[in-house]
Design a protein. Structure first.
Length: 201
């Protein structure tokens, strides 16, 4: 083989070896994290869900009161219709009762329409609250991941639940470390209880 070709092969080999060395070094600076696990087990997520559940319960209570009110108006309307057809009273009285029934019907229609409007507004309210709470939780999680990555010297962190990670041996997974860091600020009543040590007999 001519000397010129030998030198080319040598230089190429050294170049490839350098790439492999840099690549191996860079791999140690990458970490993985399971964002779904962080989100599901973060105390702030549980608090947000409880808050959303309480708000939904309040709205359901209000809606039930509105439905009960509509039912009451409907019963009153039915009675007015029956009274308006009572042949035992004068025609003039029956006409008055028919007019009263018409007024009650309008009240019934307005009340029923109010429930429809309430349902639409309640859905918007819950959706907005859920989005706001979720965004807040995700922001806190990102801050926790970023802080842990910086302190551990990782250049990048990949989410193992997203399709960007093809393979991970789990050695540089910081999920549990970040989760412990996030839950360290949990209120006493919501803080995860430590596992009890089993005693051997």
């Amino acid at each position: 083989m001519p000397m010129k070709n030998i030198l080319k092969v040598a230089v190429l080999s050294l170049f490839l070896l350098g790439l492999l060395t840099v690549s191996a070094h860079a791999q140690n600076r990458y970490a993985t994290v399971d964002l779904q696990k962080l989100f599901q087990n973060y105390w702030l997520t549980k608090q947000a869900r409880a808050s959303l559940k309480d708000r939904a319960a309040e709205l359901d209570k209000t809606r039930k009161e509105m439905v009960d009110s509509v039912q009451k108006i409907q019963d009153e309307y039915k009675k007015l219709l029956m009274d308006a057809n009572d042949q035992a009273v004068t025609a003039e009285e029956r006409e008055k009762r028919k007019l009263a029934a018409q007024v009650k019907l309008k009240e019934l229609q307005d009340a029923a329409g109010g429930i429809d409007s309430f349902d639409a507004q309640a859905k918007t309210t819950l959706d907005e609250q859920q989005r706001r709470l979720t965004d807040n939780v995700l922001t806190k999680i990102r801050e926790g991941v970023s802080a842990k990555a910086r302190s551990a010297g990782f250049a990048m962190v990949f989410d193992t639940t997203a399709p960007v990670v093809v393979y991970s041996n789990g050695e540089n997974d910081i999920t549990d470390a970040v989760l412990s860091q996030l839950n360290a600020t949990a209120p006493v009543e919501t803080a995860p209880k430590p596992e009890e040590k089993k005693t051997t007999k």
